[in-house]
Design a protein around this ligand. Structure first.
Ligand code: C5P
Length: 229
């Protein structure tokens, strides 16, 4: 029914350290393996395309999981370039109308209920959908000296998570257009929004965290080891 793309070509410079964050060990296995399993466990996901950095030797890689192919391609300089490379590398049998999930390798705590809801609601939307979480903190706008300039109303603000679900053709066109115009898009939804489209937000769990700092790794360990369902 759908394929997944997992961008995993980042260097993790904000995390620091020699090993990119998606290959650090979390609850006994590399972060990326949790993220891959989370998408491949869904019965509607038929296979996955992983975008890896050119010279990545940090992860031995998987060929298949439970009979589902795990293919790889070379990613690009920015996350959006990696996703675009993976879209181009998907098997030709996946036509432009088919839905494709994009899920960060650095998000190992995706819960199966969130994925099921995203696929259920996203496939019924004309544009597509993404998991997102309402903003819960008070938000400050600041100047370059970190002095407050004002407080942003948070009622209409959400944090974009992954997975994000769009049709192969539409997403390829949206990311290609951003690339051609030199616009840096930090998620798939942003590329669609640039074309005047309105992806649907599907509320996801706060614990679908992205590993960015060492503290996130400790939190993810806690989340996974305390998960009962
Ligand atoms: O850097 P950031 O945390 O936003 O990365 C999110 C995901 O995108 C990670 O899984 C990372 O490996 C991936 N990425 C990529 N290619 C890049 C940069 C990031 O596939 N050039």
């Amino acid at each position: 029914m759908t394929w997944a793309i997992v961008p995993a070509a980042g260097r993790g410079s904000r995390f620091g350290g020699a090993v990119p964050k998606q290959y650090l060990v979390l609850a006994g296995r590399p972060v990326i393996e949790h993220s891959l399993r989370a998408v491949l466990d869904h019965p509607g996901v038929d296979g996955v395309m992983v975008a890896l950095a050119q010279d990545d030797a940090a992860w031995p890689g998987w060929r298949e999981v439970g009979g589902k192919p795990v293919l790889t391609c070379v990613g690009g300089g920015e996350r959006a370039d990696s996703v675009l490379a993976a879209l181009h590398a998907l098997p030709a049998s996946i036509d432009d109308d088919q839905w494709v999930l994009v899920h960060d390798a650095a998000r190992p705590c995706l819960h199966r209920d969130d994925l099921a809801r995203l696929i259920g609601e996203g496939c019924r939307d004309a544009v597509g959908a993404l998991l997102a979480a309402p903003v819960r903190d008070t938000l400050k706008r600041a100047d370059a000296d970190a002095k407050c300039l004002g407080t942003e109303p948070r009622e209409a603000l959400w944090r974009a998570l992954t997975p994000q679900l769009f049709r192969r053709g539409g997403l390829t066109r949206a990311l290609s257009s951003a690339h051609r115009n030199g616009v840096r898009v930090t998620d798939e939804a942003m590329a669609m929004e640039r074309l005047g489209l309105k992806p649907r937000l599907v509320e996801g769990r706060d614990d679908n965290l992205k590993i960015t700092t060492p503290a996130d790794l400790a939190l993810a360990e806690f989340v996974l080891s305390n998960r009962k369902d």
